[in-house]
Design a protein around this ligand. Structure first.
Ligand code: SF4
Ligand code: SF4
Length: 229
C-alpha cells in the first residue's frame, strides 16, 4: 500500500536533503511525521552543522527555540504521567510562555544548556518517544520549499491551538493568564480562532489539507498515478 505522504531524497548542490509529496487527500500530520522520521532514519542525509556520519555527541538541535503544539503537550503530559495536571502547571514545569503585546509564543523550557529534557550526561533526549513535532521533524539537511512550508504551517497551527487552550483554561479559572515573560500584554481569546487542531488529540486526526493554504496544498498534493513518485 502506498504511503499517504512521501519524503523523497533530493540533491541540493553537493548535499542531500529531501522533498515531500502528499499522495492522499486525507493525509494526516501523523503521515507527515512518519514520512520525515523514515527518511531521517533510513537515508544518509547531509548534516550541515556537523561533519560526521552521525548525530552522536551533537546536541545543537536541543539548544534552540522549540515551539510546542497542543498535541505535543497532550503527548508529553501523558508520557510524564501528568495527564491530570492543569495545563498551566505543566507549562510552568516544561514550557516557557512569552507574551509580546497580542502575540504569544509557547516553547519548550530551556536552561542555560538547552532543553529541560536533554540528559546532561548522555546528551540524549529523556522524553524521546513523546518528543515534540519540531524535534521529530528537524534534521540539519536542506529541504525543499514546499517541505519547509508544510512544517511551518503545521507548527504554527498546533501552537495557535495551544495558545487558545491556555487562554481558555485561564478564563475558566477566572484569573489572568500567567506567563513567564511579557511586554505590554494585550491578550484576547478572540484573536485565536479554532483551527485544524481544535478538538483533536492525536496527530492522525489532524488533516494536512485542513491546515495548508490552497497554494501550498496545490504544490504538495500529487495524487497517486500523477507525478511519477
Ligand atoms: S541533526 Fe541536530 S544533532 Fe544531528 S548533526 Fe544536525 S544539529 Fe547536530
Ligand atoms: S524534547 Fe528532546 S529532542 Fe526535543 S529539544 Fe528537548 S531534548 Fe531535544
Amino acid at each position: 500500500m502506498q504511503e499517504a505522504v512521501l519524503a523523497v531524497p533530493q540533491r541540493f548542490g553537493t548535499r542531500w536533503g529531501y522533498d515531500l509529496v502528499v499522495k492522499d487527500e486525507a493525509a494526516s500530520v501523523q503521515d507527515y511525521l512518519d514520512a520525515v522520521c523514515r527518511i531521517i532514519r533510513e537515508y544518509p542525509l547531509s548534516r550541515t552543522r556537523k561533519k560526521a556520519p552521525s548525530c552522536a555527541g551533537c546536541d545543537l538541535c536541543c539548544k534552540e527555540r522549540a515551539p510546542l503544539t497542543w498535541i505535543d503537550v497532550l503527548n508529553l503530559r501523558k508520557y510524564l504521567k501528568m495527564d491530570k495536571a492543569a495545563l498551566q502547571e505543566f507549562l510552568d514545569l516544561a514550557g516557557y510562555i512569552l507574551v509580546d503585546g497580542p502575540a504569544v509564543d509557547i516553547t519548550l523550557r530551556r536552561t542555560g544548556r538547552g532543553c529541560v529534557f536533554l540528559n546532561r550526561q548522555s546528551r540524549l533526549c529523556s522524553v524521546y518517544p513523546a518528543r515534540p513535532l519540531v524535534c521529530q521533524t528537524f534534521f540539519c539537511c536542506p529541504v525543499s520549499r514546499r517541505a519547509a512550508g508544510l512544517r511551518q504551517y503545521v507548527v504554527n497551527a498546533g501552537e495557535d491551538e495551544l495558545v487558545r487552550q491556555w487562554l481558555l483554561q485561564a478564563g475558566k479559572r477566572g484569573g489572568a493568564p500567567a506567563f513567564h515573560e511579557g511586554y505590554r500584554p494585550k491578550l484576547r481569546l478572540g484573536d485565536w480562532q479554532p483551527n485544524a487542531f481544535t478538538g483533536r488529540e492525536h496527530y492522525r486526526q489532524v488533516l494536512l489539507k485542513e491546515l495548508c493554504p490552497p497554494r501550498l496544498w496545490q504544490k504538495l498534493y500529487v495524487p497517486a498515478g500523477r507525478g511519477g513518485r
